[in-house]
Ligand binder design. Structure first.
Ligand code: SF4
Length: 244
């Protein structure tokens, strides 16, 4: 085991130690661990190959939500009113991801409610989806005070929660709503204009970026661009369904 020291994440180390103990009990001298199992664990702990901190894996979204609902890993845990986990179908084909809860979301404990949420519902309806068909979440589960932008350390701390949601849902498409969530998930500082109008890859999942509905409420001239983005999304979804 010593030659692996410092090269493995804690979960993989735990897997190796457990396998070694079982095999010692069976009297086997050479340790056997499934390479594919180790590789799979490694892949799940990354964003496009870059290692990330991960929380423990859960069997369902309900178990996960129950386990992290009292999270206070960053300072926002002390200032939130309600923890905002996510909403929608637990086996959704598409996840929409915003940056953080706003005032209404913080009060109600649900992402994308209020005017921005109603606009998101209308956008979904325009491409023939209902809110309950998809899954909606944010990078942060707690509201930053005064609706300020999430801080990089807050997003880095909270990101494992979202990665676990994505792992459990296994979506076919991810859509980032706004610059902040797009940059956090794609691990880039590129501006929104450079991230839109193309497909990215998020751990093998097609990933598209469009405006946050709150930005569309402030600048209605962005609506045409958003319409083009969501039509791209719908087209990709239809193609993926045809391939099945
Ligand atoms: S924002 Fe995320 S990491 Fe911070 S307390 Fe809330 S759930 Fe925990």
């Amino acid at each position: 085991m010593s030659r692996w020291k410092g090269r493995l994440d804690p979960e993989t180390s735990a897997l190796l130690i457990k396998a070694a103990r079982c095999q010692m009990e069976l009297g086997l001298s050479d340790m056997f661990v499934s390479r594919s199992r180790v590789r799979k664990r490694r892949e799940e702990n990354t964003i496009n190959g870059r290692r990330k901190k991960r929380t423990v894996r859960f069997k369902s979204l309900d178990d996960h939500e129950k386990a992290i609902g009292q999270c206070s890993k960053c300072a926002l845990g002390a200032t939130r009113t309600k923890f905002v986990y996510g909403v929608g179908s637990h086996d959704a084909d598409i996840i929409f991801i915003g940056e953080a809860p706003g005032r209404e979301e913080d009060l109600q404990g649900e992402p994308f409610v209020g005017r921005a949420g109603q606009l998101l519902d209308r956008i979904l309806a325009a491409i023939k989806f209902r809110r309950e068909d998809v899954y909606i979440a944010n990078v942060l589960k707690c509201r930053p005070p005064d609706n300020r932008d999430p801080q990089p350390d807050e997003m880095a701390t909270c990101l494992p929660h979202l990665l676990e949601q994505v792992r459990l849902i296994k979506p076919k498409i991810i859509c980032a709503l706004g610059r902040v969530s797009a940059q956090a998930l794609l691990q880039t500082s590129a501006p929104l204009g450079k991230l839109r109008k193309k497909w990215h890859d998020f751990n093998g999942i097609p990933f598209i970026v469009t405006y946050h509905p709150a930005a569309l409420l402030r600048f209605s001239s962005y609506k045409k661009d958003c319409w083009e983005d969501v039509q791209m999304l719908r087209k990709k979804y239809d193609e993926l369904m045809m391939e099945q």
